[in-house]
Structures are given as C-alpha cells and as structure tokens.
Write a protein that binds this ligand. Sequence first.
Ligand SMILES: Nc1ncnc2c1ncn2[C@@H]1O[C@H](COP(=O)(O)OP(=O)(O)O)[C@@H](O)[C@H]1O
Ligand SMILES: [Mg+2]
Length: 326
Amino acid sequence: MDIITITDLSKTFKVPKRKEGLKSAIQSVFRRQYETKHAVKNVTFRVRSGEIVGLLGPNGAGKSTIIKALTGILSPTSGEIRVLGFEPFSQRKDYVRHIGALFGQKSQLWWDIPPADSFTLSQHLYEIPKQEFERRKNDLVEKLGIQDIIHKPARNLSLGERMKCEFVMALLHRPKLVFLDEPTIGLDVFAKQAIREFITYTNKEYGTTYILTTHDMDDIEHLAHRVIVISGGEKVFDDSFAALRKIAGVTKHVRVVTQKKVVLPKKGVRGVMHISPYEAQFVLDREILGIRDLVKAIAQKTEIIDLTITDPPVETIIAQLYQAKA
Ligand SMILES: Nc1ncnc2c1ncn2[C@@H]1O[C@H](COP(=O)(O)OP(=O)(O)O)[C@@H](O)[C@H]1O
Ligand SMILES: [Mg+2]
C-alpha cells in the first residue's frame, strides 16, 4: 500500500540577484533584483508502507526541501503531495500527529532540561496513557542503551547521545511514518552503527516506514531498501542499492603511502588522481581486484606505510549515473 505519493513536485525560491562589482552592489541596496531558484524540479515517487527509503545526494541537491514539503513545513510551488491521506501543508495541524520527524541539525529536545522531561512533555502533548508511555519509553531507551544519560540536561550530551534521545522523542507517539533529515551527520562510526540498528529494529518490530536523507553511502548500503538519488533538484535514480552498485560500480577510493617507489597493479585501478614516488591516490574497481589482492600486489614491491580506503563521494556516483545514461 502506498502511503506517500509525490507527483511532479517543484519548489522554487526567490533569491536576491548578485552581480559582481561595487557599483552593482550599491545599486542592489536600493533596487533589489530577484531571481528564481529551482530547489526541487518535477520530482515524482511513491513509498509503500514498511519501506526504508534513502534520499541520496550531495549538498544543495534538494533533499531537505523535499523532506520539508513532505512534513508540511514548506508549501509546494507546484505538484501534489499525499501522505497517509493528508495534504501535508494545508492539513498540517491534524497531519503532524501521525508522523515523526528528526532533523540532524535542529533539536526537538528542550535544551535546559533532561531528555527524560522532554519525553514527559511529549506524553502530554500526544495524550499517551501513563502506563503505555512508560512501556514505550523503556523499550526505546533500552534499545538505544541510553538509560544513564536521559537524566542529564540535554545541552551536556554528546552529539551521538543527543541524537539517540531525538529518536526517542520522534517515536514515542508511535508514528507510522518517520522522516529523518541527515540523522547520522557528524556522528562517529559507533553511534552511526547504533542508530542504523535502531532504525532497522523499529522498522521490523513496529512496521515503521522511514524516509531518510543522507550523503553517506554507508547509510544507504546498510539501511535502505530503496535509494532515490537527487541531483540538482531532480530525481536521477530510483531503485535498490544493488541496482545502483551495478551502474555506479563497486569502487573504493584508495590512498597508499609506501617506503620505496609505489607500483600500481595493471588490473582494477581505474582513475589515478595522484601519483608520486611514495604516494598514490586512485579509484579501485573491486569487481576486478579485491582489496586483499591490491594490498598484496603493492606490498610485493615495497613496504606499505599508510593505507586509507574510503567510499567514493556521492558526486562520483552521480557522475557515473549520468555517464551510464549517456
Ligand atoms: N529558504 C531558502 N531560500 C532560498 N534558497 C533555498 C532555501 N532553502 C533551500 N534553498 C536552496 O535550494 C537548494 C536545495 O537545498 P536543500 O534542499 O537544503 O539541499 P540538501 O538538503 O540536498 O543539501 C540549495 O541550492 C539551497 O541553497
Ligand atoms: Mg539538507
């Protein structure tokens, strides 16, 4: 069953026109000129109940604008949005009771009081019966392992601790559908891992549907059933992670520092970004050459002093998507 349908969603903003030079800077103080900026362009997609859908894209792609339109914070410039039978912007007051939302950059917690008290405020706001509230709270708090920290003032918590409390806050009223805007931004690998497990748990246990934005490939790989890639306000891909990998390839960025002159293997090395006698940076095609064999090949010639292996940035994946389409 579809619980979200977005049809031809567009959102434009009027932004002050900026021209170079002092003269036009002075002119613009008196006579501001505006231009129209397309943040989101003709985006269409559906989400079924129980899915975890990831919106992947670089900074400025339009992900947050889509989430804001879906949560009823922003009105669409054109197009149509239906979520759980509501039109989010015009029916915002009734609609928001049925959803949960978490914005990585913005807190829902009350800064000066412990999260435990913020949870109680939420209980009253959503009129959750006392016993039921305790049961839900304990379950969520236990799953996230934050029993000891919810009694400290929110402002004293680390980012990871705070984010876990934000999740409790977003889920206490048991929404069917939860929007997460960059839920793992700035977190260390352990906090990221805990949050991914928690999302998967609530999805399985309560059937919670999730739409999340990220520019982290790892989030998508470990979490999302489906990935929608957004670039320049447009949807450029909508399928499984496996399908994305087929098009974009299974690549890693490698940086290696060596004792003596570095010699790269002929197979599997796609794009060399930098090479000097003792250092190389390149893209590794893991389908052709595994990490183990790469290390072996390099180490045969010289000792490896340092090695960094990272996922390619989203920009690279998008470039590959465009190449595949051309
Ligand atoms: N309130 C606003 N006024 C003007 N421009 C905006 C506003 N909000 C977003 N934008 C612009 O729209 C584009 C998409 O922004 P956003 O949705 O925040 O991207 P993302 O979340 O993918 O980083 C960006 O170019 C951004 O500068
Ligand atoms: Mg954003």
